[in-house]
Write a protein that binds this ligand. Sequence first.
Ligand code: 0PR
Length: 361
Amino acid sequence: MQLEPQAFDRVLSSMCTEPHPVAREAAERFLATNPGDPGTYPTIAALEDDAIELLGEIAGLEDPAGYVTSGGTEANIQAVRIARERAETASPNVVMSASGHFSFQKAADLLGIELRVVPTDDEHRVDLEGVRASVDEETALVIGVAGTTEYGRVDPIPELGEIARSVDAMLHVDAAWGGFVLPFTDHEWHFDHAPVDTMAIDPHKMGQAAVPAGGLLARSEGLLDELAVDTPYLESTSQATLTGTRSGAGVASAVAAMEELWPAGYRSQYVRSQNNADWLADALEKRGYEVVDPELPLVAADVPTSTIDALRAHGWRISRTGTGELRIVCMPHVTRDMLASFVGDLDRLEVRASVPVAGDD
Ligand code: 0PR
């Protein structure tokens, strides 16, 4: 029996989405290519240059360096690795906010680097005083998140840049999820807004490309060179990626999606997603829930665990923040009808939870 993947019609928890049709088609076409071996697969290698050029345009960077990663995790690990290579101390540390993604924990473990985690403020952004107090001359990297996983918040990137520079540390921005919506907001988050050295920005999230298509951008080729190892038996001479063989599907898909959607398509998608998030936040507030204002298209609300469990049992794919709030990501596949149907189920299940059922004690 041939199994089918899940439908997207009840998926409210994912940061991935249905690839755009042109992205899906390009992924299929380039499925059997490996940009890890550019001497053998030159077409996909050239497409990867296009991908980085387009990502640079989105992230305010002329002459960008970088490559298409397996996802935000790889981009974040590699950014920490660059900073470790650049550090002039034997025991470097990295400073980030408690809202940083757990991939940095993996990076710290792998690279043997100390991760200093600074609490967030009442608005779920990094506390700048905490960052100032945590950095020292052994700080190799300060990390800012532009679109946090749990609340869609944007850390004050220019201020983090100043702090990083004050101790000669590098600045990495994790815009893995936010990078394709932030260009249409007033936030200061990219290479042209602050002294950003490296960035994670993932086409396979809001960029509507097929998985796997993450992005690592670096301000200069020299930073990427910190990652390069010699590749004696390949026609190319060195490799900066963490993985060896890589899927050309992600690369081709990312280029197809960006050529199709940047900027007008992404702009209208952002507007649609943000309107949906605002609508949902309003609907939840009217029902008496405490809602975290959706600064980007991501809604968190203090819906009780029993209700979240009932909705999940009802087929809704929803998730929780670290502190247990309901978390809904308004990705491109999330429509107003879906959200209305979700709120309808929430009403029914809440009523059922509060009205004693005959026969129950
Ligand atoms: N940085 C940020 C800000 C992220 O939100 C994520 C993923 C990453 C980095 C890591 O990216 P990759 O997962 O591409 O390596 N945030 C979600 C998470 O880990 C990813 C996700 C995606 C979750 C799809 C669920 C899902 O269905 O929670």
